[in-house]
Write a protein that binds this ligand. Sequence first.
Ligand SMILES: *Cc1c(COP(=O)(O)O)cnc(C)c1O
Length: 390
Amino acid sequence: MSILQEKDKQYVANTYARFPVELVSGKGSRVVDTDGKEYIDLGSGIAVTAFGIADGVWQKAVAEQAGKLQHTSNLYYTEPCAALAEMLCERTGMKKVFFGNSGAEANECAIKLARKYAADKKGSDVYTIVTMKNGFHGRTLTTLAATGQEHYHELFQPLTPGFVHTEPGDLADFARIVAENKVAGVLLECVQGEGGVNVLDRDYVKGVAEICAKEDILLMIDEVQTGNGRTGTLYAYMQYGITPDVVTTAKGLGGGLPIGACLMGEKVEAVLGFGDHGSTFGGNPVCAAGACSILSRIDDALLAEVREKGDYVRAAFEGAKGVKSVSGLGLMIGIEPESQPAGDIVKKCIQNGVLCLTAKNKVRLLPALNIPMADLEEAVKVLLAAFAEE
Ligand SMILES: *Cc1c(COP(=O)(O)O)cnc(C)c1O
């Protein structure tokens, strides 16, 4: 083991099973390790580096802002924060934005908002939040409670109460939960990321939205992973024919700097007032300036490219040797191996110069939205060979 790896193991909390790869630099969809070995990056730091590594436009926006003013606290106005909120609202039809620093915080804000909305409107006993089995919403105690995967819960009891999980696709079960509980809101991912790149059925999500509208339950869409162009539309919900009350996002929004956002629709824009919520770093000018540069480049042409590249990758793996199934939307792609553990394929790919991820029993690909076609083709060859091996 190298000196760096030994130091990391000794001093950094052992919460991550890292691969034995030490990354030092990169450009676009290529990253380089300490030995000078180059990799094609199909993970983007888990859907974060939306325009790749050290992207020039993003870099300039961030560096300029860092040279002017890096932080002020939320006691004062700053231009990048307001500009980003305006851009998010104009492109989604939402009315207000709360900024935090991560996906979990964006969801915490959504959950607080749903509880306050229901308490104000229906009474303080209406607080249940429904989420989906196999969903993922973060690592804080409350977002863990929202996360419908038991294995994340076991060690940390008691979690925040008031969460009920339902099977995605089973509208009757959702209707039953709504009838049996005092439900304030629903929180779901249109494409479950960590849960295995499961694309939720359009009619199911529309059905959930209809029940929410009828019962005045907040429809909250977690776009932390699916958002910001990842699935081929600015936000994945835009492919579902629904109008959410709340949208949360993070990951790709900052292009590599920590920022999370909770977008609030007309119905809930006034729910959170002075003192109801806050964050020291939320809306930080450097992160917001980076995010403005990212959002402004996610235009129709780029989104069309994301859809085309996604279709190309899925077609390449459909029916390929060693591949059982292919799932996903846009450049959020899951590939289920016939018999090999997904982790074995990821290890082989690392050896052969491609970085990719797993999600449950699948290999998960989240390349930069602007990955050059030549890089994508080269990486697909490496992956196809890894799947084909027994
Ligand atoms: C990653 C993720 C989160 C948590 O985001 P953090 O920034 O790690 O807190 C929440 N929801 C979804 C769908 C995610 O993919």
